[in-house]
Design a protein around this ligand. Sequence first.
Ligand SMILES: *[C@@H]1O[C@H](CO)[C@@H](O)[C@H](O)[C@H]1NC(C)=O
Ligand SMILES: *[C@@H]1O[C@H](CO)[C@@H](O)[C@H](O)[C@H]1NC(C)=O
Ligand SMILES: *[C@@H]1O[C@H](CO)[C@@H](O)[C@H](O)[C@H]1NC(C)=O
Ligand SMILES: *[C@@H]1O[C@H](CO)[C@@H](O)[C@H](O)[C@H]1NC(C)=O
Ligand SMILES: *[C@@H]1O[C@H](CO)[C@@H](O)[C@H](O)[C@H]1NC(C)=O
Ligand SMILES: *[C@@H]1O[C@H](CO)[C@@H](O)[C@H](O)[C@H]1NC(C)=O
Ligand SMILES: *[C@@H]1O[C@H](CO)[C@@H](O)[C@H](O)[C@H]1NC(C)=O
Length: 410
Amino acid sequence: MEGAGYSNLDGGSRWLEKEQARSRKSRMVVIGSIAGVAALIVAGIVIGVLVSKHHSSSSTSSSSSSKSSSSSGSSGKADPSTGFFAVVNQKDPNDPSTFEPDSALSNAFYGVAYTPFGSQIPDCGSNLPAVIEDIQLISQITTRLRLYGADCNQSSLVLDAIQRTKVNMSVWLGNYVLPGDDAGYTRQRDEITTALKAFGTTNVAGITVGNEFMLNYLNANGGNGDPNSAVGNQGAAILNSKIADTRSNLKSLGYDNIPVGTADAGAYFNNEVLAAVDYGMANVHPWFANVSIDTASSWTTTFFQQTDIAAAQAQSNNPQMYIAETGWPTFSNDVGNESNGPSNASVPNLQTFVNDFVCSSNTGGINYFFFEVFDEPWKNATFGGVEGYWGIFNFNKTLKALTLPTCSHS
Ligand SMILES: *[C@@H]1O[C@H](CO)[C@@H](O)[C@H](O)[C@H]1NC(C)=O
Ligand SMILES: *[C@@H]1O[C@H](CO)[C@@H](O)[C@H](O)[C@H]1NC(C)=O
Ligand SMILES: *[C@@H]1O[C@H](CO)[C@@H](O)[C@H](O)[C@H]1NC(C)=O
Ligand SMILES: *[C@@H]1O[C@H](CO)[C@@H](O)[C@H](O)[C@H]1NC(C)=O
Ligand SMILES: *[C@@H]1O[C@H](CO)[C@@H](O)[C@H](O)[C@H]1NC(C)=O
Ligand SMILES: *[C@@H]1O[C@H](CO)[C@@H](O)[C@H](O)[C@H]1NC(C)=O
Ligand SMILES: *[C@@H]1O[C@H](CO)[C@@H](O)[C@H](O)[C@H]1NC(C)=O
């Protein structure tokens, strides 16, 4: 079954947050459509949590061949089929560090969420020219990015592109762990190892093990959406075994100074997982909570502080918490999803959210990864609705009709 199921199983409580399944897989995988709801009490308000999953089965037989990129980014020839659009000028076509800045861009974002073109097995198509172009743009809006997974050579490509462009960029590499897919975990761990050996750790700020693992596990196994239920603790034990394996792998490589964390739905942090990580990244989405654009920014900050920061502070290791994803969609493929109830998916509303959220979070010490850099046509094709339209940039890497704020970030 294709598409995301958006259903409010909680019958009447507010949808708080829908999880973005940043699935690595696209067409050839089983797309499970699971909706779950958790209720939690925050400041006396019962809030329903909508979740909607795009599950993927493990497709172990895939040949995950990267397209060999014979095309050269420096040729300046756009080829959208490779994710290269020739939107950045280089003074020296052979030196990606000589790119010319775009005055419409502004380094105002603490961090951004980034998925390179063609990084979903089995449809690998990621390549260096396209990633270099991405990094040239991303480096003009932030100094931090997070990845979701490690398939299709994306860890190496991103680190290589950062070093060739000579930009100031820290990366949180990702290992997208799916329940039951041990081979997928190991494959990505080894891709990360290869990348660290080739490009060093200078640009690596962390390794994120799992993206919405607990959310997926609870949806598949019950537990009433409570990450600290018995079922939740079973899932936590599985995730923690991957976290421990990642740590021991890093240690064997001599890289045990790299922080290890996990990313999950904002209401899905298990205490045993928090106790095992150096950092947690939480998705906090006003859109899926049906929050009005007028209060989207303040709602996001409040939810993050009261739910995620508070959960971390209750642990003796007090892991550092980040907002893993927040943003606002600009378009919907279908009329039914053009509104979250109070507000529409639109560029003016994204502008409002950027205006309200970015600079105030920078000064307020909220560490966030804005969701996301580029629109993603594969998500539009696979999931429909607003899924493909969260970018600051269009899919063709042109800036949406936005005025970026000019504040600085830490
Ligand atoms: C690089 O960015 C970080 C923030 O991510 C900042 O603290 C640091 O000063 C920057 N370094 C340079 C050389 O600009
Ligand atoms: C992965 O990317 C790196 C960095 O550009 C490159 O050196 C390497 O050859 C690539 N590996 C494959 C299998 O394409
Ligand atoms: C919203 O989009 C999803 C696909 O993302 C679709 O399954 C769903 O039916 C849409 N909802 C409405 C109300 O149209
Ligand atoms: C949230 O918005 C969606 C889309 O308009 C709607 O279907 C749903 O009923 C709303 N939920 C609540 C609790 O308002
Ligand atoms: C959303 O956009 C539609 C037109 O596409 C418009 O009819 C509707 O009034 C808008 N809703 C809101 C809440 O702005
Ligand atoms: C999004 O998908 C719809 C079909 O579902 C298609 O008509 C539209 O062109 C797609 N948009 C992009 C930018 O790929
Ligand atoms: C890029 O995509 C946007 C959104 O689809 C479109 O409006 C714009 O014309 C495109 N720009 C170019 C140069 O193709």
